[in-house]
Design a protein around this ligand. Sequence first.
Ligand code: ATP
Ligand code: MG
Length: 243
Amino acid sequence: MPSPPADPRPIVDLVKVTKVYIPDIIALQNVSLTVHSGEILFCTGMSGAGKSTLLKLICCLEAATKGVVEVAGHDLAKLKPAAVQQLRQQIGVAYQDFKLLPRQSVFRNIAMAMEVVYRPPAEIRERIMELLEILHMAKLHDKPAGKLSRGEQQRVAIARAAANSPTLLLADEPTGNLDPEAAGWVLDLFERLRAAGSTIIVATHDRQLFAGSDHRVVNLHQGRLTEWLSENGSMAAYGATLN
Ligand SMILES: Nc1ncnc2c1ncn2[C@@H]1O[C@H](COP(=O)(O)OP(=O)(O)OP(=O)(O)O)[C@@H](O)[C@H]1O
Ligand SMILES: [Mg+2]
């Protein structure tokens, strides 16, 4: 059995959420999902299934067409822009397309996320070097992000999302460009963040990422959410071996 979440309060609660992109692309359909504080939740599904859209709704980048999206007890549709901005400061997002500043160094790309919330310079330096050590990139701290490999850029995007130890971390295909060893470093970081109190939602194609883990897995199929079942019919969340 997966261990029960440390804190059972929902940090994310979606009730019958539908997202239609204009004019008529139904990206999510009637999705209900509760994510508890202290969970690592994997959301899997084929390309185009709606994984990124789900994360975009949670971090207020897109608005639901129907249904309710609550984050940290706030109904996002009812929040004023200033409150949305405040809530966003508690959410770290590692985007599928990284969104790094290519001419800025690895260090600056991460530091900027901490400066906007007024972290002192000494804390910023210490935190960045800690994150880069965990992700095996300490030597690259002064290299421009645009000169890194895709896998290195991906890890910088993850470090930036994690920098402020956010209440909620959303990671969109965080290991899409990584080999299994580097994917393991990313998982290690997620486990550390969780131990420190973060909740993490990971959108991923990569079944190896959650194979054997005891975290909850949900599946999106053409915009609809289901529990994820492994090939032999048992719950992946119960440690099934995957091919
Ligand atoms: N801004 C947009 N405007 C119109 N359609 C969109 C937009 N963003 C996504 N879509 C469509 O919504 C559906 C879900 O897309 P989404 O990016 O959420 O899927 P995904 O599961 O993240 O896919 P992938 O695994 O390829 O990243 C797709 O049909 C996609 O083409
Ligand atoms: Mg996606």
